[in-house]
Design a protein around this ligand. Structure first.
Ligand code: IVH
Length: 674
């Protein structure tokens, strides 16, 4: 009884805390806790509610917004998987799409259709005997949530189809969205009810579909456009445009802006036009979709596991938005560099909320003349870290204080230095806790020792608990040390120790990269590992010995010597050696490994999501491949990332084999990451 009571109290306390932080985040825009801490509160509450369903209330924060657990909705398997579209960002990539289509459909005219890409939630509706039977979200593409009850409340979606004799089953797909005007109204209402505000219409639509109370969903201004008939229902039409017309006739809302384009050039023009025109719409679109009009051609083109070959999304270029600088803080990196960071009033840009942007260094701050309280323009493209591009001086009020780099490190309090002629200010205290954490995170990172499960939060915990002072101590961790950490179960402790044990066998190049020597990234580490029999020999090499190696210049050589000249670093290295971490190099190894990439000439085009260009090149080199910078008839393979540009088109032109990022990972034999 007593336990139950205290649990009840904990549930109430958690709800109160979450509401408080929701308010601070969404309303006051002054978050007080890190996202991770907020997530932990939410997870604890969801866990308690799962164990004690009798304590669930409809107003619990877990039932509320997007991102809340969706348990409670039945999951349903899609008869036809819900795929996603590949993205492009430039006219060239649209031309390359056309080239791929024409390759599979040679000697035939191909007509396209261009339509807005709605920024909402995709939905699949199945009608049986003319009645809405089930509405399912996309989910993971194979299975989604059954949200039929909520969908029924959307007035523009028909629950009965007119006279559908002979067609017992129809499945249509489209997008649920919230118009901007409705979104503004909803947020105003929430503001006066002192409820957390939604960040954007898409999140509001997602949150609404997950509500438990259909009555409340009915009050949400949701709309829908449908763009696809799947399965047998499409057999009576020959083109995508006819399918749209058929859906319209059946009573489904369809976009009024779907138009044919006789060739790809016309489609490109339409896409570019819409970047401007979209501002006149009352709903958000994040791009355009170009589709092959003929359904028979669509069928011949088919799909890859992920996306159809008959359609492609064109994403609009990064948006620049304005926001206010609330504060400028200083971050200390693993190398001791102090980076000023602007803390922004959260704004939604290109798909996510931005609340921080790097200001690089004192010089950059002076160049921009950015001060706390200023309105600034920020820009974000793809996955790049957002950047402050200019200060809107006309909006400056009063005489805001200029930012000055602190004279002491904000993490450890030691004096900082800015060497003459350099732009960076540094903390030179190797025991500075921020640096310690950063070095350990880097050591464990994917490109280095790849210790799964050792993420930032855990690194913070083990450093704060005094369990490790440098990466050398990682291998001395005991199961009991780890199990005593909050939120660390026995199982996760055990997994981490297994991962650490495994990491001891990583090649020397990775160990060297993990040490965090300035200027020694994956590529230089590889060169070093191939030039010395082992760590000992490397440690006793002089600066001249090092500079004699091709690809190692005097700056790198000096940096290596200086690193190895520090007793602390030598001590950390000793710990690694004593723990049994591999210290043998691969001298003279000239890519003897037999891997799928051995002997192949590979070109990287565009950006990858999981590796930097440098890391990818190093991994390919490690697997025995040769990375070249331009595509020619000698190229064996082109890896196509985001924004691939001309190398990709060239590959298509020359018929060179291409793979996407997942394909590359497969060839590298990388384990699946979770
Ligand atoms: S056609 C791949 N047309 O964008 C299945 N999709 O990744 C065919 N979307 O999940 C999709 N507007 O939810 C299509 N006019 C439109 C669209 C559209 C938005 C969404 C859809 C899909 C995602 C593509």
């Amino acid at each position: 009884m007593g336990a139950k009571k205290s649990m009840r109290a904990r549930v109430a306390e958690l709800r109160e805390l979450i509401r408080l932080h929701d308010r601070k985040y969404y309303v006051d825009h002054l978050p007080e806790i890190a996202d991770g801490e907020y997530d932990a509160l939410m997870a604890e509450l969801a866990g308690l509610e799962r164990e004690h369903p009798e304590l669930v209330t409809s107003d619990s924060p877990t039932r509320r917004v997007a991102g809340a657990p969706t348990e409670g909705f039945r999951t349903v398997e899609h008869a036809v998987p819900m795929l996603s579209l590949d993205n492009t960002y430039s006219p060239e990539e649209l031309l390359a799409f056309d080239a791929r289509v024409k390759k599979r459909i040679p000697d035939e005219p191909v007509e396209y259709v261009v339509e807005p890409k709605l920024d909402g939630i995709s939905i699949s509706l199945r009608y049986v005997d003319g009645r809405l039977d089930v509405a399912v979200t996309r989910g993971d593409g194979t299975r989604g949530d059954d949200v039929t009850t909520n969908i029924r409340t959307i007035r523009s979606i028909p629950t009965r189809l007119p006279g559908r004799r002979g067609v017992s089953e129809v499945e249509v797909r489209g997008e649920i969205f919230m118009p901007r005007s409705g979104f503004e109204r909803l947020n105003r209402r929430r503001e006066s009810d002192e409820l957390p505000l939604f960040v954007n219409p898409r999140n509001a639509a997602a949150g609404s579909l997950k509500l438990r109370d259909p009555g409340e969903v009915a009050r949400r201004p949701l709309e829908a456009f449908f763009y696809q008939i799947v399965g047998g229902g499409a057999s009576r039409v020959a083109t995508h445009l006819e399918a749209i017309e058929l859906m319209r006739a059946m009573g489904f809302p369809v976009s009024p802006d779907i138009t044919p384009a006789p060739h790809i050039e016309a489609a490109v023009e339409r896409c570019l036009e819409w970047d401007d025109r979209r501002r006149g719409l009352d709903y958000d679109i994040d791009g355009m979709v170009v589709k092959v009009n003929s359904l028979e051609q669509q069928e011949r083109l088919g799909s890859t596991a992920k996306s159809p070959r008959w359609g492609i999304a064109y994403k609009f270029p990064a948006e620049a938005v304005r926001t206010v600088v609330r504060d400028i803080v200083v971050q200390v990196g693993r190398t001791g560099r102090l980076t000023p960071v602007a803390i922004l009033e959260p704004v939604f840009v290109s798909g996510s909320t931005v609340s921080r942007a790097t200001l690089h260094n004192q010089d950059e701050i002076e160049r921009l003349d950015v001060r706390v309280g200023d309105t600034v323009a920020i820009e974000k493209g793809g996955e790049v870290i957002p950047k402050v591009t200019e200060v809107v001086k006309s909006k400056r009020r009063g005489r805001p204080r200029r930012f000055r780099m602190p004279l002491r490190c904000p993490a450890c309090g030691e004096p900082v230095v800015r060497p003459e002629g350099e732009v960076d200010t540094r903390c030179e205290n190797v025991s500075c806790p921020e640096q310690v954490r950063g070095r350990i995170r880097h050591f464990a990172s994917r490109g280095a020792m790849d210790v799964r499960g050792l993420g930032s939060a855990l690194v913070r915990q083990i450093v704060s608990a005094g369990l490790v002072e440098d990466y050398g101590d990682l291998y001395g961790l005991e199961p009991s040390d780890l199990a005593a950490l909050p939120r660390m179960g026995e199982k996760s402790a055990e997994n981490l120790l297994v991962e650490l044990e495994e990491s001891k066998r990583r090649p020397l190049a990775r160990v060297l990269h993990g040490l965090g020597i300035r200027h020694v990234g994956a590529r230089v580490a590889q060169v070093l590992a191939e030039s010395f029999p082992g760590m000992r020999e490397l440690a006793s090499a002089s600066e001249d010995d090092l500079s004699a190696i091709e690809e190692i210049g005097p700056v790198i050589a000096a940096s290596i010597r200086s690193f190895l000249g520090s007793p602390r670093n030598v001590e950390a290295l000793r710990k690694l050696e004593r723990a049994g971490v591999n210290m043998r190099g691969e001298p003279g190894r000239r890519r003897k490994t037999r891997t799928a990439l051995a002997g192949l000439t590979v070109v990287l085009s565009g950006t990858l999501a999981h590796r930097t260009r440098h890391e990818a090149a190093a991994a390919i080199a490690e697997a025995g491949g040769r990375v070249s910078s331009s595509v020619s008839s000698k190229t064996d393979l082109v890896v196509v990332g985001r924004n691939p540009g001309s190398k990709h088109s060239k590959a298509l032109e020359l018929g060179v084999k291409t793979v996407d990022e997942a394909g590359l990972e497969k060839l590298l034999g990388t384990r699946e990451r979770h």
